[in-house]
Design a protein around this ligand. Structure first.
Ligand code: UD1
Length: 342
């Protein structure tokens, strides 16, 4: 049987690079396309070193409709995984049009090109942000979505709906939305990982940058929440585990095992971990002391969210297996690798 080709938009980024590795190792031909708007070539080079070959890399912007059409003409794309998007929650509030234009237009162009080719399997990179502050925990895929609290979150909700409606309307288009909880960590080789530009918004990159001395002090946003230790609860999912969920989902689409034309799966561990527990675990497993302090709550943060991942286990045969200890060790190895390179 000939190898299937998967297009990975945003394949040079944090999640896209890990997914490229896992798909390639599972036997797929991967075509990466990225405009490098929020990353450099570090992860792509790391991917090449891990794989021992260079997957095709097309520098392009998915907002360029002609370029997207050309890509679909050039390669026999069996499935596309769409990561290419802006993702800074705060910036999306001050620059909503930038977010709506980029995140929606790129996805519309992909769906248009897929439709033009007579169909395609489309996997959309969604987020637990669509659940907002859920009334019951853990959240299942049936838990109602809440109005998004930021334009970024809104683009995730809207893209889910655009995919659902396209599947309904256009024969040959099949869709899966994976709702990620909090992806963290790095590849065990420490050759690929998260490379935020400027001051990190997310917790783990801020922790590792503080530990290495790039940042002076980590602020823990809020210690008066109604949780066991007063800090927020999240479902931190290892990036390699998360990447493997994509391999399972792509396999399900390509083998015709979907039960509906459009499906949604939570990608999380099912285990809530507090911000404080994460910090303590990081210090313990890596033998480092972190400079941190309590600070006021960060506006827009939900108190607690974690997944019920049982649907993914049942239907995709996927389950998170890496321990938080290993994930936080990998995050630290990656930060040290980057510091050595600088
Ligand atoms: C955010 C986004 C989510 C996105 C994810 C990954 C929202 C509401 N959240 O999730 O959509 O998919 O990033 O990009 O849209 N924290 C600190 N100090 C810090 C940084 C974070 O205490 O310096 C705390 C936060 O208050 C929060 C937890 O750590 O309680 C996790 O924060 P973060 O890593 O930013 O992820 P989320 O806000 O959960």
């Amino acid at each position: 049987m000939s190898k299937k080709t998967v297009l990975v938009s945003g394949g040079a980024g944090f999640i896209g690079s890990h997914v490229t590795v896992e798909l390639s190792q599972a036997g797929y031909d991967v075509v990466i396309a990225d405009n490098f708007s929020n990353c450099d070539e570090t992860n792509y080079k790391g991917v090449c070193r891990i794989l021992g070959f260079e997957p095709p890399l097309i520098p392009m912007d998915f907002c360029d409709k002609a370029a997207v059409y050309a890509l679909f003409e050039k390669y026999p794309i069996d499935a596309v995984i769409h990561f290419a998007a802006f993702k800074a929650v705060g910036e999306s509030v001050s620059e909503p049009l930038k977010y709506y234009r980029n995140n929606l237009l790129s996805f519309l162009n992909i769906l248009d090109a897929a439709k033009h080719k007579g169909g395609c399997n489309v996997l959309f990179s969604s987020s637990a942000t669509v659940y907002g502050e859920a009334e019951t925990l853990p959240v299942t895929e049936q838990t109602p979505r809440q109005p998004a609290t930021s334009p970024y979150g809104n683009t995730k909700t809207m893209c889910e709906d655009i995919l659902r409606d396209s599947v309904r309307a256009y024969p040959g288009i099949f869709g899966i939305a994976l709702r990620y909880f909090n992806p963290i960590g790095a590849h065990p080789t420490a050759l690929i990982g998260e490379l935020p530009r400027g001051v990190p918004n997310n917790l783990v990159p801020f922790i590792t940058q503080t530990a290495i001395g790039k940042r002076e002090c980590l602020s823990v946003f809020g210690n008066d929440y109604p949780t066991p230790d007063g800090t927020c609860l999240r479902d931190f999912i290892d990036i390699v585990d998360l990447a493997k969920a994509h391999v399972s989902a792509v396999g399900r689409m390509l083998d015709g095992r979907m039960k509906q034309g459009y499906e949604i799966f939570n990608v999380g561990t099912g285990r809530p971990v507090s911000v404080m527990e994460l910090i303590n675990t990081f210090e313990r497993v890596n033998g480092v002391k972190l400079n941190w302090k309590f600070a006021p709550r960060r506006p827009g943060d939900v108190v607690s969210i974690w997944a019920d991942p049982s649907l993914a286990e049942r239907e995709l045969g996927w389950k998170a297996v890496r321990s938080l200890d290993d994930t936080l060790k990998a995050a630290w190895e990656w930060e040290k690798y980057i510091a050595d390179k600088a």
